[in-house]
Design a protein around this ligand. Sequence first.
Ligand code: ADP
Length: 470
Amino acid sequence: MNYRRYSSTQVKYAATYVLITAVVLLFLNLYTSDLTQKLFYQSKQSAMTEKCLLASDEIAKLEVINASTVSSLVEQLESLTVTRMIVTDQNGFVIYDSAAIAQNQYCLLPEIVTAMEGNDVFSWNFHDAVMESRAAAPIIYFGSTVGCVYITDYDATQGAMLSSLQNTILRVTLALEAVVLLFSLAYAATFSRRIHRLMASMRIIQNGDYTHKVDMGGNDELTLLGNEFNDLTERLQTSEQKRRRFVSDASHELKTPLASIKLLTDSILQNEMDSATIREFVCDIGDEAERLNRMTAKLLSLTRVDVDENAECEIIYMEPTVRRAVRRLSTLTDRNCVTIHVNSVQDVPILMQEDDLYQIVYNLLENGIKYNIPNGEITVTLGQQNDNALLTVRDTGVGIPEDALGHIFERFFRVDKARSRQSGGSGLGLAIVRAIVQRNRGEITVDSTVGAGTTFHVTFPIFDTEVDKE
Ligand code: ADP
């Protein structure tokens, strides 16, 4: 697989993170810069308006308003120091100009015109680290406007302060964004390294090495993912081992009858035989073929147990199914001189497929017959144990040695290979029984005494109309 075709998720996440923080920081930067500028503006406005109003009040008190009276007033009042002051009469004719530029001419600046209409005016301009502010106020004498005071201020000190403050805010913003960027890159790199470690492990597993384990490190969701992954490979390993063992066991078991068939056919072809011997050999070949047939049928039924997991269940009673299996096995019981008794003490309803129950009973009874003694007996008892339906199959047969009891449910396990083969056994019957019982939420146990007999106990949950309906 070409992983280069896929763009890196963590880089995308990191880029989005950086972008979002950049937008937030930019917004904060603009907001604080603007707020600082507004604070400076307000302080300048109040200082300039105060000066302008003081000047217009003091000038209004003068007996005569001309250049010399205004000039001496400005010299007396220290608080009136500004960059430039212009005083006009009610027509906008300049009476006094501290810069001595516009004297004796009309000065109709917009601020002066607005002030003449009876308003206090303030305007502000900040550029190149300099604050330029202008204020104007009318001179009112007994209720009528007799002139106007216009002052300008050129403040480089406060301008530099504001400018340096704004630069500092910008530098802090950039430094923060750089930290965010570095952090995101470091995080993306670590994340990327761990994801690549996981992907490398997946490729190793894909190549068949199920023993491989991934170590994600850390203590987060990726660690959990790594643990889940390890659990999964462990399960894969187990099922792969089971599959291999099953295939090798199955092929081993199938090899024996095939080898017999080959041997018998070779004997017929290579030796001169009379027709009676040939017939005997062909009968043997037929028996071996029949054994192969039975074995493949059982193998198929074993694989079907897993496939049929979700098949529809029904509410059934066990007795009719048991009796059907007994009828079906009558030829075998007659041949082996074994008697089957069915003892229905208490037949309770259970929820399962009738076919499943039939397979269980059939296999247990078949074993009871096969591994029994001449004139032996089998007793099937149906009853109830706590909340379970209980099926017991007891025989008076050869019994199972204690050390073999733990293995009889394993695939292809046989206590006495020769006897099992002779009676057509494959070693799969009890494995199928256990798989079906477990699939139906049941349990199977066995106890046995060599020479006395064997008893299988199978339990299934009783179908409780009240509880199971919900
Ligand atoms: P098989 O096809 O060989 O009967 P099973 O899986 O049905 O395979 O049984 C496994 C082995 O357990 C048998 O080979 C047999 O040795 C032993 N066994 C099963 N049932 C009985 C029984 N009722 N009495 C004695 N031995 C039994």
